[in-house]
Design a protein around this ligand. Structure first.
Ligand SMILES: Nc1nc2c(c(=O)[nH]1)N[C@H]1C(S)=C(S)[C@@H](COP(=O)(O)OP(=O)(O)OC[C@H]3O[C@@H](n4cnc5c(=O)[nH]c(N)nc54)[C@H](O)[C@@H]3O)O[C@H]1N2
Ligand SMILES: Nc1nc2c(c(=O)[nH]1)N[C@H]1C(S)=C(S)[C@@H](COP(=O)(O)OP(=O)(O)OC[C@H]3O[C@@H](n4cnc5c(=O)[nH]c(N)nc54)[C@H](O)[C@@H]3O)O[C@H]1N2
Ligand code: SF4
Ligand SMILES: [Mo]
Length: 701
């Protein structure tokens, strides 16, 4: 008789972490599907469905590996877990003793499962924890704080009740969060208007009522002109603005010259269309969301694009309103106790951070850090040496621009460790690889999710690992034991869960039935009248005066027109596709079949001038003439003629990845000097301030 069970767990194919159900038979995964109990609509995207293919793939680190030859030479020696953990712990200890514990740097993709990692670094005594955020959502996070005081993660988009949604550089139907896409589809079905701003026709644009194709990098001008019209034509919610905001006079004076006609010259969108958009938004107010973006770290003024997105929503009364952007509720808001924090087991280190956050960059959030500034410190040894680096669920050689510059910083390290379930450029360049079990074969710590109905949820191990890989808590526990951090050593994951759950009234077996536990039966929606914003004034700050004082950077800062590309060159733009997650699914057997390489989107007019036809293979060169790989050309009238677009994550060069090897173009290689180009307002990297050229290498066959 075969044995069948269903385990409720959490997808691990991207950072969204959708709730899943896993059917297991005789110790093998048979099927993964959306958790039918989930209020978030049990459904998976294509990447989620490819979780089994990841599990069954042999082309991943299958046991601990120690570097044999030079960094990046790929001469690996297999090692036991004991030997690998001893090696890492001994070198961390040596750094701790020689240079101080602050010489250890850590980066990861944060998220709800990071508490144990934070506890480990606190225990070690280093403040140098950074997230990936400088190349993802940092500008939005800081914009959210500058306007509302809340961080990006604390704000919920109430799509279900929204009447007009504006997506600006947010390709919501391809850059997927399953629950979010479902909610927006339903809102559209119920008549919500959708306006999309992009530099090319995306799947999201195809579903829009109005599509505005903007010149790349001019969104800030667009937004300033929308604010101009809202204020000038009295389309904003006066009572709301008087009651809940500050700084409207300064804002009005600042946007006075920013007419739609001025914006038309910058963006290419007609003044009439922009005015009409402002009027339509006013009709739908306050049930309006001008989305602040997700990966808005593209230009020198991207922070201002997000900041003005929040400002527009606020002028329309949408912040805190039904169908707008609202702060989510945590356990305390529904009278429950939150999880016991593992990071509270050790005190926060007092030494100042190497990346300058908290002292040089006073306004910025130390929970995110500035990873590129930490790399600069690594290279210069200032303010102090960084000698060990642990990249945990992070591939900075692909996720940050200019991999050669990143490698130059890494040359100063005594120890470079990667913790990952797939091959990555950073893993390949490391001294030690500690292989993580794919998500179906590992459990996580318990996490809390805020929202209208706050909940606890957990990832459960559905099957035992096929290879010699481990779960996060096992890897941290192994290092902690060797480094004298005994509080982080748990023999069984249940002990860890019980520690976290103590005093919450929830038991670990309560997760068996559905995989999550809701902390309230009735949704908790914040009441606008009593809502206190977390800014110093307690109000929405339309001029971000307090943030300006803390950061020293002007918040009502004039728009700067982005440079036009030199003759024959194009601005680099990039983004996501539905079937891949960043760079780490490109070698997945199922997903590689769906999309084995990226293509170069190009407008037909410049293509004709260059003698390039649809389907031709072109080599893409950076501003210094260096090749980042080749790909076929996709011609489309909708693409802005100043730019090329490509999907991020391709152009792999690791021989151990047979399906991804040599396929497509690596966009991160096309941004020389990119580590130095930081948006002053929000700290995000200006990744699309780079120009590329194309060389035809093969006509379409
Ligand atoms: N040029 C350019 N640069 C970019 C982008 C771009 O579009 N173009 N996109 C930016 C954005 S938005 C982001 S978010 C970053 C993404 O950058 P990264 O986060 O570095 O990218 P990933 O490929 O998701 O994951 C990196 C590694 O983490 C491993 N991993 C995945 N999940 C887990 C986990 O749960 N635990 C552990 N331990 N390991 C895990 C993967 O196997 C992979 O090796 O890149 C940014 N950089
Ligand atoms: N399937 C899938 N889903 C994902 C991910 C994934 O890898 N795969 N990654 C997740 C992560 S880490 C992130 S950060 C999010 C990213 O989510 P998004 O930020 O929504 O996605 P992107 O595709 O990076 O970029 C969105 C759009 O910005 C456009 N764009 C480029 N330049 C400009 C400009 O100057 N102005 C305007 N208005 N638009 C511009 C691009 O053409 C692109 O269509 O997606 C998440 N979801
Ligand atoms: S969006 Fe897709 S890949 Fe990401 S967690 Fe959900 S199902 Fe998995
Ligand atoms: Mo991201």
């Amino acid at each position: 008789m075969s044995e069948q069970t269903t385990i409720y767990s959490v997808c691990g194919m991207c950072g969204v972490r959708c709730p899943v159900a896993v059917d297991v038979e005789d110790g093998e995964v048979r099927w993964v599907y959306g958790n039918p109990h989930s209020p978030l609509r049990g459904a998976l995207c294509a990447r989620g469905a490819a979780g089994i293919a990841l599990e069954n793939d042999d082309e991943r680190p299958r046991g601990p590996l120690l570097r044999g030859g030079a960094r990046g030479a790929g001469e690996w020696k297999t090692a036991s877990w004991d030997a690998a953990l001893d090696y890492v712990a001994e070198r961390l200890d040596a750094c701790r003793k020689t240079y101080g514990p602050e010489s250890v740097l850590w980066s990861d993709r944060e998220g709800p499962f990071a508490d144990l990692q934070r506890a480990f670094m606190r225990g070690l005594g280093s403040p140098n924890v950074c997230t990936h955020s400088v190349s993802c959502d940092l500008n939005i996070h800081h914009a959210a704080k500058a306007v509302t005081g809340f961080g990006r993660g604390a704000l919920i988009h109430d799509y279900e009740r929204c009447r007009h949604l504006v997506l600006q550089g947010r390709n919501l139907f391809e850059s997927i969060n399953v629950a979010e896409s479902g909610k927006v589809m339903e809102a559209l079905r119920k008549g919500c208007r959708l306006s999309v701003l992009d530099v090319r026709p995306t799947v999201t644009a195809a579903k829009a009522d109005d599509f505005y194709r903007v010149r790349p990098g001019t969104d800030y001008a667009f937004n300033l002109a929308v604010i101009h019209v809202l204020l000038r034509e009295n389309l904003y919610r006066r009572e709301y603005v008087a009651a809940h905001t500050r700084g409207v006079e300064a804002l009005a004076a600042f946007v006075r010259p920013c007419t739609p006609e001025w914006a038309e010259r910058e963006t290419g969108v007609s003044a009439a269309a922009l005015r009409e958009l402002a009027h339509r938004l006013a009709e739908a107010a306050p049930h309006v969301i001008w989305h602040p973006g997700w990966m808005t770290t593209r230009y020198d003024q991207s922070f201002q694009v997000s900041r003005t997105a929040f400002v527009i929503t606020a002028l329309l009364g949408g912040i805190g309103a039904e169908g707008g952007i609202v702060p989510g509720s945590g356990p305390a808001a529904v009278g429950r106790r939150g999880l016991r924090r593992l990071s509270a087991l050790y005190p926060a280190p007092e030494v100042r951070r190497a990346d300058g956050v908290g002292w040089e960059h006073k306004a910025f959030d130390p929970a995110k850090g500035l990873l590129h500034r930490a790399f600069a410190a690594m290279e210069s040894g200032t303010p102090y040496p960084l000698k060990a680096y642990i990249a945990w669920r992070h591939d900075p050689l692909q996720a940050l621009p200019d991999p050669e510059a990143v490698k130059r910083a890494f040359a100063h390290l005594d120890l470079l460790v990667s913790v990952t379930f797939s091959w990555s450029d950073t893993a390949w360049h490391s001294d030690v690889i500690l292989p993580l079990s794919p998500y179906l074969a590992r459990e996580s710590i318990i996490a809390a999710k805020s929202g209208f109905k706050p909940q606890f949820f957990v990832r459960r191990r559905a099957v035992q690992p096929r290879f010699d890989t481990r779960a996060d808590w096992e890897i941290i526990g192994g290092l902690a034991r060797r480094l004298g951090l005994d509080k982080l050593v748990f023999d069984k994951v249940e002990d860890l869960w019980n520690y976290q759950l103590e005093g919450t009234g929830v038991r670990s077996e309560d997760f068996d039935a559905k995989g999550f536990v809701e902390l309230t039966d009735t949704p908790c929606r914040p009441d606008l009248a009593s809502l206190v914003f977390l800014t110093p004034s307690g109000k929405i700050e339309l001029d971000s005066a307090a943030w300006e004082a803390a950061s020293g950077v002007p918040m009502l800062s004039p728009y700067v027109s982005p440079a036009h590309p030199p003759n024959g060159a194009f601005r680099l733009t990039f983004g996501r596709v539905g079937v891949h997650t960043q760079g780490h699914t490109v070698n997945n057997p199922l997903l590689a079949e769906q999309m084995p390489e990226n293509v170069i989107w190009l407008h037909p007019d410049p293509a004709r001038e260059l003698g390039i036809a649809a389907g031709d293979r072109v080599e893409v060169l950076d501003a210094l003439g260096r090749s980042a790989g080749t790909a076929r050309v996709h011609l489309t009238e909708g693409m802005h003629p100043e730019a090329v677009f490509m999907v991020h994550g391709f152009g792999h060069r690791l021989p151990c990845e047979s399906r991804a090897f040599g396929r497509g173009v690596a966009d991160q290689e096309l941004i020389p000097g990119g580590l130095e180009r930081q948006d002053p307002g929000g700290g995000g990297l200006a990744l699309q301030e780079a120009f590329v050229t194309l060389r035809n290498v093969e006509a379409r066959s």
